[in-house]
Each structure stands twice: as C-alpha cells, then as structure tokens.
Design a protein around this ligand. Structure first.
Ligand SMILES: Cc1cc2nc3c(=O)[nH]c(=O)nc-3n(C[C@H](O)[C@H](O)[C@H](O)COP(=O)(O)OP(=O)(O)OC[C@H]3O[C@@H](n4cnc5c(N)ncnc54)[C@H](O)[C@@H]3O)c2cc1C
Ligand SMILES: Cc1cc2nc3c(=O)[nH]c(=O)nc-3n(C[C@H](O)[C@H](O)[C@H](O)COP(=O)(O)O)c2cc1C
Ligand code: SF4
Length: 645
C-alpha cells in the first residue's frame, strides 16, 4: 500500500475491468492523429508516456463515430475498419505498463466543422452554439437512428483494437448533450420534450453499443454537472441524468465534467481556479449513483484528490492538463518526488489554443509533449554554457545535461527563475513557483553546475571554453523616450510585485497588458485605489480569454478606471497627460501617489555578438530572442535547441 496516497493507489472495478489506481487521463484532443483518422506513432508515444508515468486509466481523445461529422483534420475516427490496427498499437503500448484504456466516442454536433466535412452541422435543434457560429440543422429522426448504429459500430471497432472500455461524450454542448439539455433540445418527436425523451438518444446509443460489443465492455458516460448556460442542465438535472444512466441504461461509470463552450472558464479553468472547484458538484452526482464516478477540473498535485476519494465523494480523479504538463505525476506521487513535478500552471497557452486551431498541442511547461521521441542521448558530449536562469535557461540546461552534456548555468541574480519568478506573485499564479522549483531540482539532479550571483561577460564565458553557449538573458522593461519619465519617480511592475518598492494609497498603472492588469489586481487586493491607462482600445488584450473574464471582473469590482485609447505624452510624479488616439483630445490623469510602469519589454541580448567570436555554437532563446514573450516561447526555444546540440 502506498503510504502517502493509499486511496489513489488502490485499484477499482469498472464493470468487468479492474483499473489499477485512481489516476485518470481524461479525453483530450491533441491533433497528433493522422489525417486518415488513424492514430499515429506520435499519438502512441504520447499515450504510452502517460501509461509509463503510472496513470491507471488512459482515455483516448474524442474520436469521431460518424463520417459526416469529423470536426478537424487530425481527429481520430472509428467509422472505418481500416484504422483498427493503429488503435490496437496504442492500446498495446499502454497495456504494457499495466494501464487500462478507454476511448471517447463523439459526434461534435453544432461544434463541428462543416467546411471541412462538406456536410451541414447537426444538432438536436437549429440553435447556434455562440455568436458568429453557424446555425446547425436539426438532425432528422431517420439520421438519428442511423447515427445510433454508428456509435455501436465504433465501439465494436474499439473492442477489436483491444481497448478496455468506451466513454460516450454526453457533455460540453456536442451532439448528444444538445439532445439531453432542454436549453438546446426543442424537438417535439420522440427525442424531445420530457426527460425520458431527451435521454432517449444516449439510452439507445448505450443499448446499441452493448449489443454490438457482446455486453461485457464497460461503458462510461461523460456528462456536464452544469451547462453554465441559462436554462441548461444544472447539478440537480445532472444527478437525475446520472441516476437514469445507471439504472435505466446500465452504464458502468460516470465521468463528471462541466460546461458548454461559451463558458470554457469552467471547462478548462484558468489559474485563479484551484483543484477541487468542482468538488461540490461531483459530490451531488456521487450521491445519486452507485457506479464509479470520475471527477475532473484543475487537479495538479494529488493531496486534495486523495482526500476527495477517501471521503467517498468521487472514485477516480482525472488530471487533464496536469497529465500534459507531467506524464509522470502518479510515479512521482508514489515515489515521494513531488518536488520534481512539473505543475500545469493553467496558462492555456500551448494546449487548448492549438487543439482548437487543429494544430498539434504543446505545453508551456512541457514542450516535450508529443515530441517524446525526439529526446535522445547526445552523440558527441559537449561543454555547454547556459546564460540566464529563467524558464528558458533552466529548461535548456536540464535537457542538455539529461542528454549527457556537461552544463554550466550562469545567473546574475542571487535567485533563479528570471521574470517567471516575478510572474508567480500576482493573484492566482503561485503554482509558477512550483514550476521553477521543479526545474531547479531537476537541473541539480541532472548534474548542472549552477552559478548564481554571477554576471556573464564575454571574458567569463570564453574562460569556460564552451563548445556551445545558450543565451537566455531574457528581457528588460521598455522605457520609451516620453518626457518626464526618467525623473517622475516611477516604479516598475516587477519591483512592485517582488516587494522592492511599495506603492502609495493611490496608484496609476501605465500599460494595460497582462502585466499591467496583474499589477493592478495585486494592488487592489491590498486595498490600494488603482486606475489604469492604456494606448490600445482594449485592456488585457494579451490575456487568455478564460483568465481575462476573472481579471476584468476583479478590476470592475474594485472600480478601477480603465482609460483606453490614451497615448501617454508626459509623465509627472503624480500621473500623466495623454492624447486620445481616436478623438485627438488631450487628457490628464493626476493626483496619484505612485506611477507604476508596465509598458512592455524588449530583448536583453548584449552578449551574442561577442560570444560568436569565441564560441563555436551560439544560440539565443526565449525573450532574449523575442520580446515580449512568455514561458512557452522560452521553454519551446529551449527544447528545440537542447535536442539538437
Ligand atoms: C508580471 C509578469 C507576469 C508574467 N506572467 C506570465 C504568465 O502568466 N505566463 C507566462 O508564460 N509568462 C508570463 N510572464 C512572462 C515570462 O515571465 C517570460 O516570458 C519568461 O520569464 C521569459 O523567460 P526567459 O528564460 O526568456 O527570460 P527571463 O525569465 O527573463 O530570464 C532571464 C534571466 O537571465 C538573467 N541574466 C540576464 N543577463 C545576464 C547575464 N549577463 N549574466 C547572467 N544572467 C543574466 C536574468 O537575471 C534572468 O534571470 C510574465 C512576466 C511578468 C513580468
Ligand atoms: C487540449 C485539450 C483537449 C481537450 N479535448 C477534450 C475532448 O476531446 N473531449 C472531452 O470531453 N474533453 C476534452 N477536454 C477537456 C478535458 O478532458 C478536461 O475535462 C479539462 O481539461 C479539465 O480538466 P483539467 O483542469 O484537469 O485540465 C480537453 C482539454 C484540453 C486541455
Ligand atoms: S500549456 Fe499551460 S495550461 Fe496547457 S497543459 Fe501546459 S501548463 Fe497547463
């Protein structure tokens, strides 16, 4: 028995299948599949890495059951026998590590892509999912019955491929969920109206799957605990749905997710939301059924997950983005190595945006995702010097050392982390500290010689006689030549966040990008009165939409004046004068105790040229190459260079 997480490491029975532990990889589209609908070598390596990392149940991403509903070029498909061997390869490689494999069966309905398929979108009723999206056609009855057969056929193919169980996607506003929810089902045939009619489609699909798979392949259903849309499924509806799926349809487990796509902040929640934010909802569903229940939503470290399962409020815990950021979570939990865990920081930079665009996913914290096979031992062992201990430098140093190079990391500050450490200070971003700590620990374990408090100069680097130098010196705040700036006594957002300087009671934040918004939030939380001024027409334009909703609500709550379209032309100790970029009018914001500067960053790359004279290979990565940037740029560059040195 595992001493630390005994419940999470105990097996559980789902129908006829014993799952070795409670760690689940939920379905996550990754666009690694081949365009013919088969799973690729890249897909196989990705899933295999998660099985090897100790996950007990791996769910293959949403897989298309119906030819006319393939929502993306790299969506896996199960409407053709030809793909079965590729699914078998994935199942075999996961089984080799003892994991069980499930697969999510899906018809995207109104969230599909008619341009790609050449067929109109279909839904329960002709209701567009959101502004700017196509209005789908109500699926004719005859087609509904044809589709039911396709689900059963897809499940039979999954069974032939050796997959252990199937998961019917009844959530997120896709086709089946449009039938279940009274918000989107306005039909008056046998599939609309009362509860049982709205549940008829999932019931008939489940019966068809059971018939075509011989009755012993476990069937899970993924449902919404709440639609988060007015008049949609709420948690009491969801409890009744779960109970019906168990008692009337005989499903073997319920996977409780949340929300339709207009409220993605509940589906893949941003950093301000912590693991367990769905706990009350899943508890309500768990009370309604006796089959195993899977919960999901922002779980990163295992402590709360263990508690939840131990308390009997859920049976399994799906770690979605966390399994992207670190496929080794279960093993690290088992072996007491959580300090080495790469946390998902819920940045939503690499995974969801790429998935939605049809590109292969990546991860700001784990650029190796889906590229696992590119990491090979170095053919020629080299002496590598990395300059700068931000996320780019740390990641590059660790990977170079892991590949067998001899690596020295030089950082001028006393502490490692660079600007990424500053990024950990605003509300909701504490996990970034864990990401940096994990990089430091992994660097040390890989044998990197870390020298902090040491400023790299060309002379110092030359004296180390490196074969390769990686310049990861990041960026510096942009100080535009605006009158009054140099002597107005401003403080930078970094100095404010890291406690070098404090702001007075009333503060004006100049610059309304992510850093400015976060500095403003940081101040309002401490009861400063804050206003903002921004040249662009929008505040927080560079913030991912899911996080922006929370930040904007916070700024509204604290009555932060957000002056947009305002080009600052003069700084004073107590504020600024500006010109309105639309009307040309002059304006002024004065009377503040402190001016906080958050006007952006420029690359800090003063070493490259000199190093090229004395080092055979020189690479510039991260914000030293391109600013402003983010952690994904830094670690992505680091990966690309570190695998080829
Ligand atoms: C407030 C704030 C919030 C942010 N939030 C996010 C976020 O939520 N998500 C995200 O992805 N990104 C965020 N960022 C951006 C992110 O921090 C940067 O993109 C990232 O840190 C860049 O990494 P890097 O390795 O290129 O450079 P840096 O992190 O800047 O590291 C460069 C390092 O090089 C060192 N250095 C410089 N010159 C020398 C020298 N001559 N010798 C030795 N060492 C030297 C510096 O001291 C520094 O430690 C945020 C930034 C700020 C300021
Ligand atoms: C890149 C990505 C792709 C996803 N694709 C699917 C999918 O195919 N089917 C599905 O039901 N949910 C999908 N989801 C939602 C996840 O299964 C999960 O419910 C969500 O990410 C919340 O869990 P987390 O906070 O642990 O990431 C996806 C999420 C991500 C991040
Ligand atoms: S890109 Fe960001 S949100 Fe997505 S898995 Fe990686 S760390 Fe998490």
């Amino acid at each position: 028995m595992n001493r630390r997480f005994p419940t999470l490491f105990s097996p559980i029975q789902i129908g006829t299948v014993t799952v070795p532990n409670r760690f689940v990889v939920p379905p996550m589209g990754n666009n690694f599949a081949n365009t013919d609908g088969s799973l690729s070598e890249r897909s196989a390596a990705y899933y295999e890495a998660r099985a090897k990392g100790g996950f007990g149940l791996i769910t293959i991403e949403s897989t298309v059951v119906y030819e006319q509903a393939k929502g993306g070029p790299r969506k896996p498909c199960l409407f053709d026998d030809a793909v079965v061997p590729s699914f078998k390869a994935v199942a075999d490689r996961c089984h080799a590590y003892g994991a069980k494999v499930s697969i999510q069966l899906q018809h995207a309905g109104p969230e599909g892509n008619s341009k790609l398929t050449g067929y109109p979108l279909k839904a329960a009723s002709a209701i567009a999912p959101s502004a700017g999206r196509e209005i789908p056609e109500a699926m004719p009855r005859e087609e509904v019955y044809k589709l039911i057969e396709c689900y059963g056929d897809a499940a039979r193919r999954a069974q032939l491929a050796g997959i252990d169980m199937v998961e019917l996607h009844c959530a997120h506003g896709y086709l089946v969920s449009t039938f279940i929810s009274a918000r989107t089902n306005k039909r008056t045939d046998e599939f609309g109206g009362c509860f049982e009619n709205r549940m008829r489609l999932p019931r008939l699909i489940i019966e068809n799957i059971r018939r075509k798979t011989g009755g012993n392949m476990p069937i899970l259903c993924r449902i919404n605990a709440r639609d988060e849309g007015d008049g949609g499924v709420d948690v009491h509806d969801a409890a009744a749905i779960a109970a019906y799926l168990e008692t009337e349809c005989g499903v073997d487990g319920i996977h409780v997710s949340r929300s339709i796509h207009i409220h993605d902040e509940f589906m893949w929640a941003p950093n301000i939301t912590h693991g367990g934010f769905n706990a009350e909802l899943v508890t309500e569903i768990k009370r309604a059924v006796s089959v195993p229940v899977i919960t999901v939503g922002r779980y990163t470290e295992p402590q709360y997950a263990e508690l939840l399962v131990k308390q009997g409020r859920a049976d399994l815990v799906a770690f979605g983005r966390q399994s992207i950021a670190d496929p080794e979570l279960p093993n690290k939990a088992r072996n007491g190595q959580l300090e080495q865990l790469t946390p998902c920081i819920a940045c939503l930079l690499g995974c969801v945006p790429n998935m939605l665009k049809g590109n292969p996913i990546t991860c700001a914290m784990n650029p190796a995702v889906g590229r696992e096979s590119e990491i090979k031992p170095a053919e020629v062992k080299k002496n590598v010097v990395v300059i700068g201990g931000g996320p780019g430098g740390l990641y590059a140093a660790e990977l170079c050392a892991r590949r067998g190079h001899s690596v020295t990391l030089i950082e001028k500050d006393a502490e490692l982390g660079g600007h990424f450490l500053v990024a950990a200070y605003p509300p909701g971003k504490g996990e970034i500290t864990g990401a940096i700590r994990s990089l430091i620990v992994r660097c040390r374990l890989a044998g990197v010689d870390i020298r902090t408090g040491t400023e790299a100069t060309p002379e110092l680097i030359a004296s180390l006689k490196p074969d390769a130098a990686i310049v990861a010196t990041g960026s510096v705040p942009l100080r535009l030549p605006i009158p009054g700036l140099a002597d107005c006594g401003y403080i930078t957002a970094e100095d404010l966040l890291t406690g070098k300087f404090d702001a007075g009671k009333r503060a004006l934040v100049v610059g309304g990008g992510m850093v400015g918004c976060e500095a403003a939030e940081f101040l309002t939380e401490r009861e400063h009165a804050v206003d903002m001024v921004e040249m662009k027409p929008v505040i927080g334009e560079d913030i991912v939409p899911e996080a922006r909703k929370y930040i904007m609500a916070n700024l509204e709550k604290h009555k932060v004046v957000q002056r947009v379209n305002a080009r600052v032309k003069q700084f004073y100790a107590d504020g600024v004068d500006f010109t309105d970029t639309v009307t040309g009018d002059e304006g002024s914001m004065r009377g503040y105790d402190t001016v906080v500067l958050a006007m952006g960053y420029k690359s800090n790359n003063t070493l490259e040229e000199k190093l090229r004279e004395c080092v055979p290979e020189v690479y510039v990565i991260g914000e030293a190459r391109q600013a402003p940037g983010n952690s994904m740029l830094a670690t992505g560059d680091a990966f690309n260079i570190a695998v080829k040195i």
